[in-house]
Design a protein around this ligand. Structure first.
Ligand code: SRM
Ligand code: SF4
Length: 571
């Protein structure tokens, strides 16, 4: 069958290499276990580097040392990143303390809070990988399906100070995560030494099947007016509709995804389309069917074209919706009205309906570490060791201390002050809202710096902002080291995407609430060129903006960039 452009809508795929690896992996086992015991190399077998992702880990190299080690004829300095599965990003104080310790003893002595509310350990050497996994599991958190071609960490606003709907949404995020967890026992066998009573061939994956999904799958829950989890950048987004503390249902968005490849025509960032409203009790059934449609119709040949967004655009959004409704056996209701106002974090103290306090903190690009004059990691550890709050990761690489009783507020505040964590003076609106992906030196796909560079660029941008009296204005700046979009740069009012070392494409004009993508403005700019552009754009914004107008809306209104389409509704 072909669509109106004569493209095959239901082609027969010539399976990619990764599909082959999954097929013969015996439900994600491969030879990972044997590879861990091979001490002649710091690496694991090539095929297993694909499989280990499903277990929440990536094999990486220290890219700073690439040239030097090659010169010395040494193999690259291999290590592993571990990503923890933690729906809604909520960790107990005990878990934080343990992770802090594990980072010190088994990893690079930093914790990375990711853009999907997860923890990452970097720099775990092969010899310590299993032990790290085991210790992490002792804290009752695991890394199953934190990466790989399955449903990833389910995101959800978890700052209870913002809305009484948060507890119900958080509960659902855990249920979705559990429901879509792979059923293979490979993880428990390999990492936790739990041998099976039955043969491993008995494994079954009722939702995913033997070859899992064609590609990663992402789900997030937004609670209007907050969109701090960027709901439209997810394969499947749920926008909560509720009353008091009860969620009645969700508007359903499908087909979001930000990754693209410079050299691959036909790849693009895309925001999800809203296709209807789902009552609360049918939510998991609907999610499962969307996942299964992607399983059955997703591209298994070209991994760069295999996310749900491409499946939907190939089939047609309306046709996809019809297929979904046929499988569900009912028609989706019309979407309900909602309004999103911001995709940034809310900082400072908020009191929840429960009477407990929640405090939004700024953690620059989610990197928890100690450095001279700023002992962030030590300070947060001291707070965790009190065991008087929990730790909630945000979708903007930030942190919320939660569930603080009135009686404990002063003690926690005193520690935050002692370690200069909160209140934090001299934070511009641009710095507070900035996101940067990991990039160098661990990410194998990075063309340019992001996390290690953006703070110094913002120092310079801050000077321009100060001259235009914009220091306190919230402006969303997002930077990534490549076009894959991990820091959601296409949703920045100003987005920087790495092209090569020191050079970035600059994007402008995303909506402040994550409802409109930005547009490519200039290509391969150096720092000097970026600052020259901003020296014109920011003063002009200060002078010509309308009352309350956001920077992203301004650059679109005055014609500096063409607007991208806003989110669409599919009838
Ligand atoms: Fe990402 C691949 C880091 C959120 C799109 N991402 C990677 C890898 C694993 C590189 C690799 O494949 O070798 C990066 C590891 C770097 C490192 O050293 O830690 C990486 N992604 C991250 C994190 C840690 C960025 C951060 O600084 O916070 C985020 C971890 C999220 C999590 O906890 O699960 C992260 N990645 C995202 C997001 C944002 C989101 O999900 O909200 C996106 C864009 C949304 C989307 O998926 O479309 C994103 N990552 C990608 C892609 C492009 C996927 C695509 O469809 O084209 C890749 C490359 C790939 O999958 O082949 C990628
Ligand atoms: Fe790596 Fe690119 Fe993702 Fe940044 S956006 S973490 S450079 S894959």
């Amino acid at each position: 069958m072909a669509d109106t452009n004569n493209r095959e809508v239901f082609p027969t795929w010539n399976p990619s290499e990764v599909e082959g690896i999954k097929t013969k992996s015996n439900f994600l086992r491969g030879t990972i276990e044997q590879g861990l015991n091979d001490l002649a190399t710091g690496a694991i077998a090539q095929d297993d580097t694909q499989l280990i992702k499903f277990h929440g880990s990536y094999q990486q190299t220290d890219r700073d040392l690439e040239v030097e080690r090659k010169h010395k004829k040494l193999e690259p300095l291999y290590s592993f990143m571990i990503r923890v599965r933690i729906p809604g990003g909520v960790a107990t104080a005990t878990q934080w303390s343990l992770f802090d310790e594990l980072a010190k003893t088994h990893a690079s002595n930093t914790l990375k809070l990711t853009t999907r509310q997860a923890f990452q350990f970097h720099g775990v050497i092969k010899r310590k990988l299993k032990e790290t996994m085991q210790k992490m599991n002792e804290s009752l958190l695991d890394s199953i399906a934190a990466c790989g071609d399955v449903n990833r960490n389910v995101m959800c606003t978890t700052n209870e100070g913002l809305s009484p709907l948060v507890p119900a949404a958080y509960q659902l995020s855990k249920e979705i995560s559990d429901h879509l967890l792979p059923k293979t026992t490979a993880y428990h066998e390999i990492w936790l030494d739990q041998k099976l009573l039955v043969s491993s061939q008995e494994d079954e994956e009722p939702i995913y099947g033997k070859t899992y999904l064609p590609r990663k799958f992402k789900i997030a829950i937004a609670i209007p007016p907050y969109n701090d989890i960027d709901v439209f950048s997810n394969d499947l987004g749920l926008i909560a509709i509720g009353k008091d503390d009860k969620i009645e249902g969700f508007n359903l968005s499908i087909g979001g995804g930000l990754g693209m490849t410079f050299t691959e025509q036909g790849t693009y960032p895309r925001l999800g389309d809203i296709i209807g409203y789902v009552p609360y009790d049918k939510t998991i059934a609907v999610i499962e069917e969307v996942v299964k449609l992607q399983r059955d119709y997703g591209n298994r040949e070209n991994r760069r074209m295999s996310r749900l967004k491409y499946t939907i655009d190939r089939l047609g959004p309306k046709e996809f919706k019809t297929l979904l409704e046929q499988r569900l056996g009912f028609v989706l209701d019309k979407p309900k009205e909602f309004k999103l106002e911001t995709n940034g974090d809310v900082f400072g103290w908020q009191k929840a309906q429960s009477g407990k306090w929640f405090l939004g903190l700024f953690i620059e690009h989610g990197r928890v570490k100690d450095e001279e004059g700023y002992l962030l990691k030590t300070g947060l550890r001291k707070i965790a060791d009190l065991n008087k709050c929990d730790f909630r990761l945000t979708g903007n690489q930030g942190l919320v201390l939660g569930e603080i009783a009135d009686k404990d507020k002063n003690e926690i505040s005193a520690l935050l002050k002692e370690y200069n964590i909160w209140p934090k003076a001299n934070l511009s609106g641009a710095r507070k809202n900035a996101i940067a992906c990991v990039a160098l030196n661990t990410c194998s796909l990075a063309f340019a710096e992001a996390e290690r560079y953006l703070p110094s660029l913002i120092d310079k941008i801050d000077e321009i902002l100060a001259q235009s009296k914009l220091t306190n204005d919230d402006i969303l700046i997002r930077m990534t080291g490549c076009p894959n979009g991990c820091g959601r740069p296409y949703l920045g009012e100003i987005g920087f995407v790495g092209r090569s070392l020191g050079k970035y494409n600059m994007y402008l004009g995303a909506g402040f609430a994550g409802e409109r993508l930005n547009t490519l403005y200039k290509q391969t700019l150096s720092e000097h060129e970026i600052l020259s552009e901003l020296k014109v754009l920011l003063p002009r914004y200060a002078k010509e903006r309308k009352q309350g107008e956001r920077f992203g809306d301004f650059v679109v209104r005055v014609g500096i960039v063409e607007p991208q389409r806003e989110i669409q509704y599919i009838d």
